[in-house]
Design a binder for this molecule. Structure first.
Ligand code: MRU
Length: 344
């Protein structure tokens, strides 16, 4: 089965699968302006660290001049980059992609800018496709004979260009005929696991079972889960991992039950300027995502609500990080540096 493209770009528009509508409807939202792209990222129409970076890169290409009929200037592109950088704070891929675009804006003659920027955004998109396949290969080798995994949130095709990060090894194994069972945490409050991971895996014919977040420990204790594999929004130079809220609890549970806890992420998810995961900016989202899901109020108005979108799992809980380059066992400052130095 051929999966629908998460993002598509033609010269003047960006089309995004509207992930807020899945699994009920598969529709595309069309963005023709920087503002619409910013809103789509902010509202999680497009989400997942690599997909946010790709969307933002295309979003820059939609910058328009304030002067009707005139071409966008360097200043227009720089303002677009600055604005898109305010859409979400945690996934470092967003800033990585925008930095690449900014460098080109600064070094390219104005008449060639638009075409150069579109080519760069397409390159970022294409690199992501290759990255997913490589993570799939590297992760499948690491999983070995493991036949059941737990994943949290959605780090699949919907979060990237094709196979995702955490789900890439699953797709790789599935394609090579190996039966593997996936438990998907539903992932409160926005249910990326129950809505998105379950949707894309079942579309692909992968055996997927949705459990509520609070069931993970019991299933581990019963021996139903042999490994955990998740994605990441930002990884520090020392291996601390920011990912969807709830990931830390899963990592602690995995450690208690002696189950490997794997993180799959491309090199552009590493923030080598940070060491301590507590320095990663964590997005705080609207209270209604928790208190009023799908328009139904479930928390009294008088009660306080907290809604951090991500948490940080210290490196000590991470068995290995799978990148497009290879595998970093027991990640720390030294072996992460070595992993990337080996490729330069
Ligand atoms: O808030 P979201 O849905 O953008 O959060 C996404 C995640 O936490 C993913 O696990 C992460 O971005 C990795 S995607 C390959």
């Amino acid at each position: 089965m051929h999966a629908p493209e998460t993002l598509r770009f033609t010269t003047d528009q960006l089309e995004l699968i509207d992930q807020t509508k899945l699994p009920m409807q598969l529709t595309y939202l069309v963005c023709t302006t920087v503002e619409q792209t910013h809103s789509a990222i902010r509202r999680l129409v497009v989400r997942g660290a690599p997909a946010i970076g790709i969307a933002a890169a295309y979003g820059v290409c939609l910058a328009q001049s304030g002067d009707p009929g005139a071409a966008a200037t360097k200043q227009d592109y720089l303002e677009a980059i600055e604005f898109l950088a305010t859409s979400r704070p945690t996934a470092v891929n967003l800033f990585w992609a925008l930095d690449r675009m900014k460098e080109l804006v600064e070094t390219t003659p104005e008449p060639e800018l638009k075409q150069t920027l579109i080519a760069e955004a397409r390159r970022i998109h294409e690199e992501d496709r290759k990255m997913c396949r490589s993570i799939g290969r590297n992760g499948a080798a690491l999983l070995g004979e493991v036949d059941s995994v737990l994943t949290h949130c959605n780090a699949g095709g919907l979060a990237t260009s094709t196979w995702g990060t955490a789900l890439a090894p699953i797709y790789h194994l599935h394609q090579s005929g190996r039966a593997i069972k996936v438990f998907a945490d539903e992932t409160r409050p926005l249910l990326q696991g129950g809505r998105l991971t379950a949707w894309e895996l079942s579309q692909a014919g992968v055996d997927v079972t949705v459990i509520t977040d609070s069931m993970a420990g019991a299933f581990m204790r019963q021996g139903k889960i042999k490994a955990v594999i998740v994605g990441a929004d930002r990884i520090t130079a020392a291996g601390d991992v920011a990912n969807k809220i709830g990931t830390y609890s899963v990592a602690v549970l995995a450690r208690h039950h002696g189950i490997p806890f794997y993180v799959a992420a491309p090199s552009n998810t590493f923030d080598m300027e940070l060491i301590d995961g507590d320095d990663i900016p964590i997005e705080e989202r609207d209270r209604d995502e928790v208190a009023c899901p799908h328009g139904t109020r479930i928390v009294p108005d008088e009660a306080n609500v907290m809604n951090p979108a991500f948490d940080v799992t210290p490196a000590e809980f991470v068995t290995a990080i799978i990148t497009e380059i290879g595998v970093i066992e027991s990640p720390n400052l030294e072996n992460i540096r070595e992993h990337f130095a080996a490729t330069v």
